[in-house]
Design a protein around this ligand. Sequence first.
Ligand code: SAJ
Length: 415
Amino acid sequence: MKHHFKTVCVVGLGYIGLPTAATLATRGLDVIGLEVSPQVVDTVNNGEIHIVEPDLDVLVKGAVNAGKLRATTKPEPADAFIISVPTPIKDNKTPDTTYILSAVKTIAPVLEKGNLIILESTSPVGTIEKIISSISSLRNDLTIGKDRVTPGDLYFVHCPERVLPGKIIRELVENDRVLGGYTPECAKQAAELYSTFVRGEMFLTNDKTAEMTKLVENAYRDVNIAFANELSLICDDLDINVWSLIEFANRHPRVNILKPGPGVGGHCIAVDPWFIVSASPERAKLIATARRVNESKPHFVVQKVIKAADKFKNPVIACLGLTFKANIDDLRESPALAIVLDLADKNCGAVLAVEPFIQALPDSLSNKSVQMTSLDEALELADIIVLLVDHKQFCEIDREKLQQKIVIDTRGIWH
Ligand code: SAJ
């Protein structure tokens, strides 16, 4: 597909923004990364990265060395803007769109007629409409295409990212994309831009459908993980090995049960379902219940550990893994981290934490009586081993070393 884009500004150089920026740069576009953190700007401009993601370092280094990618804290004009900033959840379980709206305010002064504004951040339904009204009030010199038909000076699209941390570089290119335009022409413009690197299929629709599609994808996964987690609770009561049970049930041609775990973490699946619940609380009953089942799992694990610890005078509890899932360094909404924090607060023994993907304990744990140790040290000292993340290193542990220990394997890697 032919395109007219020369310069793209990616707003927010995080887990999604940085890989997207680097990928666009390798396709010959001039990419500006707009970032609030001066440290991140320096890191990227040195051709380095501040997150763990396979192959991203090579991509960024190449793009920066070729002069195709540079980072800055100040907005500059561009042909297209891709906003990829976080959308956290507030304490009352409603979405917090402050980062998006502040990104919009930052770019508003440099917008020009013909610019394409893409929102990749997961957002509650109606966010594109909010962005439009914010920009209309800041830039009344530009027209917007208010009736969703007439073309305006600016093009607005929601193109939710859907890549899996750990496989971002490949999924960015290979996954199908949903492009939700405020007007049909908006979606077409986005398809032109994404055709520079997306090999998957592109589905053009309106902004609200695209916003809901993203939320539904993650709610679907959450509900399915909740089913597995609920089974693990039931099996615990009934003294049935849930891992074997699921293995057997999954031999049915139309059954595919996911894996129970210590809970559901990450910035998406543990958060997005609440966006649907808060938009339609009366209807979203199953989605809300699933979220609660998954949220209850860390407490269940803590109770199991406390029960085991009661058998010792001075128990040493080794917690393996802090991240929200295997083989990444991401701690966001991590149930493993929540479990370790809770164990430390409960004073049920000496708590050791092993996390091969992180150098030092996160702030939330640093003033607690938790000690970070190597895997070998933990295996030697511990009475109780709590496996919280299925990191590769843990899957390879010599099982001999687990004998004589109480093992609480929340991921079923040693079952
Ligand atoms: N988990 C289980 N059991 C399972 C699968 C996952 O307990 O069988 C847990 C994981 O350990 C983790 C959490 O669920 O704590 C989520 O992990 P994940 O690998 O399922 O997903 P994320 O959060 O890394 O990425 C998801 C993906 N969405 C879907 O698979 C529908 C990804 O494609 C999205 O781009 C991403 O959310 C996002 O940004 O929304």
